[in-house]
Design a protein around this ligand. Structure first.
Ligand code: SF4
Length: 349
């Protein structure tokens, strides 16, 4: 038997999951259900090595080519322990050529560039970091426990150490009031870090989250899909044409998954895709949104020019609208919330 954590990035779907610490040391972000109700702890090198031995027997070491170190902030472990784990992992799985991990920006700032270089030499190849926003106001609102300065310094440490960096951005997380600031400040921070990947994670409200209470108190006004696309457009518009891969394609809560590519090659094309959606009639936007939120991913926008599709979907939208002023948006929010992980506690508030 070996331990396994609850989440990993979608790009690590086929990776060996090696748990080096348990849960999240911060665990206070108000939007995040992943580790609520759990406590953080570090695992010893011996515990992790035993897991690696078991996995080598179970999976057959020769077939595994990538691994992901769990859970939310693995680089909190002492650098020496991490090096011992990475070296043992590569010894037991000699075909592995990619080892990645999640890490918080504060941890990345604390690790020196030299320490990160040692980790790279031991086999670490990529760091996934949850930036969410570059706006100080938004970071405070969502209790991220980070400042923009920490995010930039942590990100630059990773880049300067020669590791790959994947930064995760959350459109919609500032709500309507902070949307513009969120987009512009996030672009500013990303332009300073210049990471290899900018991955979009559209915000969806978990019904049990503290943010739901903020909505009831009137301190947070969530955005609908159309507003969120407008925010993503503002973000892309403010990003430099740098050699960073901007991706909406690996997360099903992103409405326009076709907005995807290197900014230095495809920024203008991506802006055109976003504009094409924003230029649709209200009804066409609703049809596209309902199809996508019902699981019909990867439809081109032109699907709304198909009269047969419109004839099928519009009556359903009209039925939802009869259920009240925000009937359509409320239904879409419910569909989106189904795609979120469940908190491991009933008492998240
Ligand atoms: S978003 Fe990341 S840092 Fe925040 S609570 Fe969730 S796992 Fe922890």
């Amino acid at each position: 038997m070996y331990e396994q954590g609850v989440i990993r990035p979608p790009s690590e779907a086929t990776s060996l999951l090696v748990r080096v610490s348990r849960n999240c040391p911060w665990n206070q972000c108000v939007f995040c259900p992943a580790y609520k109700g759990t406590k953080f702890s570090k695992r010893t090198v011996d515990e992790v090595k035993k897991d690696i031995d078991t996995m080598a027997v179970e999976y057959g070491a020769v077939r595994v080519t990538s691994a992901f170190l769990q859970d939310a902030d693995s680089l909190l472990l002492p650098t020496g322990d991490l090096i011992a784990i990475l070296e043992y992992l590569r010894e037991k799985f000699p075909k592995i050529d990619r080892i990645t991990t999640y890490a918080r920006a504060r941890t990345l700032k604390r690790k020196s560039v030299d320490e990160l270089r040692l980790l790279r030499a031991a086999g670490l190849t990529r760091v996934h970091a949850g930036l969410e926003s570059g706006s100080e106001t938004v970071l405070k609102l969502i209790k991220k426990g980070l400042t923009p300065e920490e995010i930039v310094t942590g990100g630059r440490h990773v880049m300067d150490a020669g590791l790959e960096l994947s930064e995760y951005v959350m459109p919609g997380i500032g709500g309507r009031a902070l949307s513009q600031e969120h987009a512009i400040e996030t672009a500013k921070v990303l332009n300073m870090i210049r990471p290899h990947f900018i991955r979009i994670r559209t915000f969806a409200m978990h019904p049990k989250s503290p943010m739901q209470r903020m909505v009831e108190e009137g301190t947070f006004v969530p955005m609908n899909d159309e507003e969120t696309i407008g925010e993503i457009r503002l973000l892309v518009d403010h990003l430099d044409k740098m050699h960073s891969y901007f991706s909406c394609n690996d997360f099903s809560l992103n409405l326009l998954m076709q907005v995807d590519g290197f900014l230095d090659e495809k920024k203008d094309l991506m802006l055109r895709e976003l504009d094409a959606f924003l230029a649709l009639s209200e009804r066409q936007k609703q049809v596209y949104i309902l199809l996508q939120r019902s699981g019909y991913y990867h439809y081109p926008l032109s699907v709304v020019n198909d009269q047969a599709v419109m004839n099928q979907v519009v009556p359903e939208i009209e039925r939802l609208e009869k259920e009240g002023k925000d009937g359509f948006d409320r239904y879409i929010d419910v569909l989106k919330s189904y795609q979120l992980p469940q908190p491991q506690t009933d008492d998240w508030q």
